[in-house]
Design a protein around this ligand. Structure first.
Ligand SMILES: Cc1ncc(C[n+]2csc(CCOP(=O)(O)OP(=O)(O)O)c2C)c(N)n1
Ligand SMILES: [Mg+2]
Length: 779
């Protein structure tokens, strides 16, 4: 296979090897500085992972300074963050100050962060597995953009994950592998730093060759880089075959122990195990202890030449996994030690490493310290010539115009879920340019979350046309399920975690590919929890999407307790980067969707979560449009209280009819009873706490919730109600020191019709009336 490849010039290999040493040194020193040299004010260990960095520096040298093209995007395994910073330090994109403040406030982050680091970070990482999988979804997004004419095929880059081998234990990897296979992804590389160590231990030998099988089954080319060139040369010599077989059979833990112990231990063990086989003793005699240790640890992932050849031989667009064998802590005193994950070199050890590299004390931060002027200049010139250094700056994506209004669907009775489907369909039919940029996706709940009409209109996205076999056979169906390159719905299997990674990748289309998409994902509300870490991951890197979740709460009725979401409003309130709304009526929803399309594009915007319902409720007739401004801020007085009212009802979402019934029943006794419609507990809470945080800064304007509640008399009480955790609204009492009687659900629901369920779980008009009474009794 490699014969056809022009072999790289020695200069390149030499330079890449020297850069590997620079990366290992600079990453080690950055971590050492943060832990041992910088002042500690709190006595906490700062941390950093020298062993994880040393394990992957050769791979990153070969990749970043040779194979990587400007259009390629990389997710770097979290614990190799310092290596990435070192690379950008050499490229001139990272400052010394940032390195010196590694893991400090405002300094370079522990794990690569798109939003917080000052170097180009393509994908944030941190929660292992997610950074790997997002590259597969990003390659699908790239194909979508190419198919829709948003970027030219010639500019297609590779989406690359540099991953730790323990990441292969994360289930999300396999969910994504299956989804990727279905969509026939391409231009994706996963490079495994296969050091066979995780955090706690060395990994199971039984996995040998299993990963290859799994990936190959899913259509990936697997390239195993087990042996470096030194080993390969030794295997060709007399006795070499025995050595090769011994290495191949050596258990992971034994290999790690011997690596830690060094040359003499290698020799003793090899002589003991295979010394009697022909020519082995003579072969080993040819190496002194140091040379033997070098030979035995010359694995593929530490051999520049092997890596460069492998990268060059995978020039097509087939998804490729490189299993690059490595040693955790390679070249450091704790190489191979099972406890090295968080291990730090002590001052004597790091000085030893520094001296071995010829770096003078005081020159530790010199990018090319210890190399001599000539070689340093050559190396710098090499770095400056690397394809990455010539890379173009990220293109800025154009804004997409949003219509002034999204029409409210007709219908005296509607559910927010049905209205959502109608609003999207109307937008699609309108031919507004916004509709062309919408891309929808759903984990096998497209139809039941009401995306069906939009999909019928716009089609499934498939690079290769997919016929609707049912339609072809003239079998009547409401769903026209044909796929083509212009389709705008990405169909996913049931794994919700994939939905959030898909949304994250779609939602990064503007900064990563320079072309904006408006992703909308639908999911069953309770199953947000299934993909929560991936949702958080998307938000952490500021991906922009609209998440629409139905059905929600006990209002789901007969489906029962396993499907009734309770704590999702708290997720909505607690998740940074995501604004949660829960409208009651279709006109609120239309305005909120319009707002969302703006918010998803705003510089300081974010993603949006709409918690919707399948319950059809009577729509209300508005007398004017005054409510809308407040509604978009999270709440408005549906029935304003009269000045001296000493109680009001604050409600959210689908139980609006019960609230209106209770209101009517109470009006006779409490003519000033106000009804506060809360469309976003999240925005109200955020505004309130921001106001607290800004105290003393001179900004005296009350937050929106303070403004709303100021309509009530001091000392008034509040009944709050939501079909979800009552704590989503009960905090309202704290804003102005009001008594609260909170209604909602805080135990698992069950099957039943709404009358029974609302009665049992105190979400009906009677419960509201009782709660109002309780407030008075409490006086
Ligand atoms: C989801 C998640 N679980 C746990 C951790 C804590 N953790 C960080 S690194 C690590 C082991 C990493 O091993 P590997 O992927 O093999 O990396 P390397 O050996 O290269 O350091 C663990 C368990 C994490 N970061 N994310
Ligand atoms: Mg590992």
């Amino acid at each position: 296979m490699l014969e056809t490849i022009e072999s790289p010039s020695l200069d390149t290999l030499d330079a890449l090897q020297a850069l590997d040493a620079r990366l290992r040194w600079l990453s080690s020193w950055t971590i050492h500085n943060a832990n041992h040299l910088r002042d500690s004010r709190d006595g906490l260990k700062v941390g950093g992972h020298q062993a994880s960095c040393a394990s992957i520096s050769t791979i990153m040298s070969a990749l970043y300074f040779h194979a990587l093209r400007p259009q390629d995007k990389v997710a770097v395994k979290p614990h190799a963050g310092p290596v990435l910073h070192a690379i950008h330090y050499l490229l001139g994109n990272q400052s010394l100050d940032q390195l010196q403040r590694f893991r400090g406030l405002g300094g370079s982050q522990s794990y690569p962060s798109r939003t917080k680091d000052r170097i180009p970070v393509d994908f944030s990482t941190g929660s292992v597995g997610l950074g790997v999988a997002i590259t597969a979804f990003a390659s699908l997004v790239q194909d979508y953009l190419i198919a829709h004419g948003q970027i030219p095929e010639a500019e297609a880059g590779r989406m690359i994950a540099l991953m730790g081998d323990a990441e292969l234990d994360e289930g999300n990897i396999y969910e994504c592998l299956i989804e990727g296979y279905k969509h026939d992804i391409r231009n994706c590389w996963w490079i495994v730093d296969y050091n066979r160590q995780s955090l706690d231990h060395t990994t199971a030998d039984r996995m040998f060759n299993r990963f290859d099988d799994i990936f190959a089954t899913c259509g990936w080319r697997v390239m195993t880089l087990k042996h470096g060139k030194l080993q390969q040369a030794a295997f060709r010599r007399p006795g070499g075959k025995s050595l090769e077989q011994w290495i191949d059979k050596c258990p992971n833990a034994d290999f790690a122990v011997l690596t830690y112990q060094g040359g003499a231990a290698w020799r003793a063990r090899l002589l003991n195990d295979i010394g009697g086989q022909p020519n082995v003793a003579q072969l080993l005699d040819g190496y002194d202890d140091d040379a033997l240790a070098t030979l035995m640890t010359n694995l593929g992932g530490h051999c520049i030449e092997t890596l460069v050849e492998a990268f060059e031989s995978a020039a097509d667009d087939r998804p490729t996994m490189f299993i690059a064998y490595t040693i955790k802590g390679f070249g450091l005193p704790f190489a191979g030690h099972k406890d090295n994950h968080a291990g730090l070199m002590n001052p004597t050890q790091i000085e030893g490493l520094r001296d071995s590299l010829g770096i003078a004390a005081g020159d530790e931060w010199e990018p090319y310290g210890g190399l001599g002027g000539n070689r340093a200049a050559q190396l710098k010139a090499f770095v400056d010539r690397s394809p990455l250094a010539a890379g173009k700056a990220d293109a800025r994506a154009d804004a997409i115009a949003v219509p002034d209004r999204l029409p409210v669907p007709d219908g005296a009775e509607q559910s927010t879920q049905a209205a959502f489907g109608r609003i999207l369909l109307d937008l699609s039919k309108s031919g507004h340019p916004l509709a062309d940029r919408i891309v929808t996706t759903s984990p096998d709940v497209t139809v039941s979350t009401n995306l069906g009409a939009f999909v019928n209109q716009r089609g499934l996205f498939r690079r290769q046309a997919l016929k609707d076999v049912f339609a072809g056979a003239k079998i009547p169906s409401a769903q026209k399920w044909s796929g083509h390159a212009a389709g705008q719905h990405i169909e996913l299997g049931i794994a919700e975690n994939n939905l959030f990674l898909m949304l994250a990748a779609l939602g990064l289309s503007a900064p990563i590919f320079g072309s904006r998409l408006m992703p909308i994902g639908t999911v069953y509300d309770p199953f947000i929890a299934r993909g929560l870490d991936a949702l958080n991951y998307g938000c952490y890197q500021d991906a922009r999407f609209l998440l629409v979740a139905t059905p929600s709460g006990l209002t789901l009725g007969p489906e029962g307790g396993a499907h009734q979401s309770i704590n999702s409003p708290l997720i909505g309130i607690g998740q940074p980067g995501l604004t949660y709304f829960e409208p009651a009526w279709a006109d609120e929803l239309a305005a909120l969707m319009r707002w969302s399309f703006e918010h998803m594009q705003a510089e300081d915007g974010g993603s949006v979560y709409l918690r919707l319902t399948t319950r059809s409720i009577p729509q209300i007739v508005r007398e004017d449009a005054d409510w809308e401004t407040d509604m978009l801020k999270g709440g408005y007085w549906l029935r304003p209280p009269s000045g001296d009212a000493d109680v009001a009802i604050a409600f959210t979402g689908a139980i609006a009819p019960e609230v209106l019934a209770a209101h009517e029943a109470l009006l006779e006794d409490l003519p000033g009873l106000g009804l506060l419609a809360i469309t976003s507990p999240d925005l109200l809470h955020r505004g309130w706490s921001a106001k607290q945080a800004a105290r003393g800064t001179g900004d005296g304007a009350p937050s929106h919730v303070e403004h709303l509640l100021s309509a009530l008399a001091p000392g008034a009480g509040l009944v709050t109600i939501i079909d979800g955790s009552p704590s989503a609204l009960s905090w309202l009492g704290a804003v102005r020191g009001m008594r609260v009687s909170p209604l909602g659900t805080d135990r698992f629901g069950q099957t039943g019709d709404l009358v029974d369920l609302y009665g049992k779980y105190r979400l009906d008009a009677e419960a509201i009336i009782d709660a109002v009474a309780e407030l008075f009794l409490g006086d």
